[in-house]
Design a protein around this ligand. Structure first.
Ligand SMILES: [Zn+2]
Length: 128
C-alpha cells in the first residue's frame, strides 16, 4: 500500500497516482508523502481497519489492541442495533463491512458476546 497526502492507497491506486505525478516530481521525490505516494508496509498496525482512499478497497491491515477494541465495539453496536426487541434502535454499521471485519480479523464473536451467538450475527448480516 501507499501513503499519500495523509491517506492510504492500495497498490493499484498508489501506482496510478505515482504515474500521474511522475512527470511533475520525477527528480524531487525525497520521501515526502505530501508530494508523491510513498510505499507503506502492509504490516504496520493501525487503530482501525484501513481502506484505500482511491477505490475503497479494504487494505487488510493488522490492528493494535485499540484497533481490535474498535472493531469489537463496532460489531457489538451493529448487533444491538439489529436486536428485534429494540425496534427503535438505529441501524449502526454496514453489514458487509462488519462481516469483512469479523472474517478477516477472526473476531471470536461467540466469546465476546455472552448472549449473542454467531448465528445471530450471521442472521443479522443475512438480513442486510
Ligand atoms: Zn485503491
Amino acid at each position: 500500500m501507499y501513503a499519500y497526502q495523509a491517506d492510504l492507497y492500495c497498490d493499484d491506486c498508489g501506482e496510478t497516482i505515482r504515474a500521474d505525478r511522475a512527470p511533475v516530481v520525477a527528480f524531487s521525490d525525497r520521501g515526502d508523502s505530501d508530494s508523491y505516494p510513498q510505499w507503506a508496509s502492509d504490516d504496520s498496525e493501525s487503530d482501525c481497519p484501513q481502506y484505500c482512499a482511491g477505490c475503497g478497497l479494504f487494505l487488510e491491515n493488522p490492528l493494535t489492541d485499540a484497533g481490535i477494541g474498535y472493531v469489537i465495539e463496532a460489531v457489538q453496536e451493529f448487533i444491538s442495533s439489529r436486536n428485534p426487541d429494540n425496534a427503535y434502535a438505529a441501524v449502526s454499521g454496514d453489514a458487509t463491512v462488519i462481516k469483512q471485519w469479523v472474517d478477516f480479523y477472526d473476531i471470536p464473536v461467540e466469546e465476546v458476546f455472552d448472549l449473542v451467538t454467531l448465528s445471530d450475527v450471521v442472521g443479522a448480516i443475512a438480513r442486510g
